[in-house]
Write a protein that binds this ligand. Structure first.
Ligand code: GAL
Length: 458
């Protein structure tokens, strides 16, 4: 069915998100694949065929469209597109082109992420994000993606969770190369910001307008930024309050400030010296929207020690409702962080939000309650324009392997069958209700009463 471009422009994006390595399968030329082979994943798992999305993408996108979604966030796998330095794989580009075309046919506005945690091995082997050549490699890659796929894409996310990938790779040891080298973390902050800004400028220079069915959606470039509500473990403890604030500034605020030209404060007391300043980003807004990934809150505890940082970051507590990976369910934190993000006066997309919940017991209420926070935030003037649930499907959850189940659709890993969860049906119902209310962004507020009365069976 062809709908005229005008009529089809969505005013609130209802989406779901995935990333290449987590769903496609056999991404065997990247740093994660190599790391998995070293036995670094829980239970010795490896991503292998992942969810076989590479072969099933049409059916997967159909599942998304049948829920009533009008957008899909995915990432392109750099190691497929440029498996060796300077060698481009035309077939891999074609596959992404088909995926984008399929999105268009199904009425799903594509949001394309350029870098979601995985690097081609050749990049990783030359120092990855800590290499001074990283921005040059990244921009060359971006240029190719823009040339080959760009005409059909309006929504761009340069980097998924730059803070998480920096901390995971160079401080916390939960992503390859899994070292604790603050100097590399410092350089990574600098190179990632530089890469983002150069890509931001390039995309806008090369793509004044998309030629997709949604050509009136302006080209928008941003990052997807993970935020966590950090609270002192013991609220009476001055030191824990101070530590929680330092972590909040570093983890939540530094990237938001950096891409909005409000300063580049990539440093942490006693751990990481100030990163060099990216001149190209100084005093400029280099994001057309803020992508916010919110899952949970964390408690910051002061743990005096003779070596290392005297701090421990913990998640759930006895008696608290937590996900299968131990993250507290805490929609209030979402509200708090949305209002902080709103102060930047940019459009906001919730680029990820979801819960690991094998039996789909907690997810329905989680979904409802987090959507309600968006409605409340919008009522107070925060310009949230879309919501992407993490994730469309169960998938390979990085160092935790396949055990955590984040999908709206369950995946049976013996035959790759997909089954809708109760949450998927609920999401469908909420979207339908929003459309019934007129489908206008300003009417999102009317959803509040509906969400309030919605039984999640929990
Ligand atoms: C995010 C990440 C996703 C997914 C999700 C659930 O940090 O961007 O790839 O893994 O967490 O843990």
């Amino acid at each position: 069915m062809m709908i005229s471009a005008k009529n089809s422009t969505p005013n609130f994006l209802w989406g779901a998100a995935t990333s290449s390595h987590q769903v496609e399968g056999y991404n065997d030329k990247n740093d994660w694949w190599a790391w998995e082979a070293l036995g670094k994943i829980e239970r010795g798992e490896r991503s292998g065929p992942a969810t076989d999305h590479w072969n099933r993408f049409r059916a997967d996108l159909k599942l998304a469209a049948d829920l009533g979604l009008n957008s899909y966030r995915f990432s392109v796998e750099w190691s497929r597109l440029e498996p060796q330095e300077g060698c481009w794989d035309a077939e891999a580009f074609d596959w992404y082109f088909e995926l984008i075309q399929e999105c268009e046919q199904l009425g799903l506005v594509p949001m394309l992420t350029l870098y979601h945690f995985t690097l081609p091995l050749w990049v990783a082997e030359q120092g990855g994000m800590s290499s001074e050549r990283f921005p040059e490699w990244f921009v060359r890659f971006t240029r190719k993606v823009v040339e080959r796929l760009g005409s059909r894409v309006s929504l761009w996310c340069t980097i998924n969770e730059p803070m998480v990938v920096t901390v995971g790779s160079y401080l916390g040891k939960f992503m390859p190369p899994a070292v604790c080298e603050p100097e590399k973390a410092r350089l990574a902050c600098y190179h990632l910001l530089k890469s983002h800004v150069l890509a931001y400028d390039l995309i806008h220079r090369e793509l004044p307008k998309s030629q997709s069915r949604w050509s009136e959606i302006p080209v928008q470039v941003g990052i997807a930024h993970n935020v966590i509500d950090f609270v002192p473990d013991r609220s009476w403890s001055l030191i824990e309050r101070w530590l929680a604030e330092q972590i909040h500034q570093f983890y939540n605020m530094s990237w938001l400030d950096a891409v909005t030209g409000r300063g580049q404060r990539f440093s942490f007391p006693l751990l990481m010296a100030q990163a060099p300043v990216v001149a190209e980003a100084q005093g400029r807004v280099t994001a057309d929207y803020l992508g916010i990934n919110y899952y949970t809150r964390a408690r910051v505890r002061f743990t005096p020690t003779l070596s290392g940082l005297p701090v421990d970051i913990g998640f759930g507590r006895e008696g608290e409702q937590v996900s299968d990976v131990g993250w507290p369910v805490y929609p209030q934190g979402f509200q708090k962080l949305l209002s902080i993000a709103g102060k930047y006066q940019l459009p906001i997309y919730i680029t990820e939000n979801g819960i690991a919940d094998h039996d789909d017991d907690l997810r329905p209420a989680y979904l409802r309650d987090h959507l309600r926070e968006i409605v409340v935030a919008r009522q107070s003037g925060v310009d949230v324009r879309g919501y992407y649930h993490w994730s469309l499907l169960d998938n390979f959850e990085w160092v935790k392997g396949f055990e955590p189940r984040f999908g709206l659709f369950k995946v049976d890993y013996t035959n790759f069958e997909r089954t809708a969860t109760r949450s998927a049906r609920l999401y469908q119902e909420i979207i339908a209700q929003h459309r019934a209310l007129g489908g206008l962004a300003q009417n999102l507020g009317d959803l509040e009463g509906f969400l309030e009365g919605l039984s999640t069976g929990a």
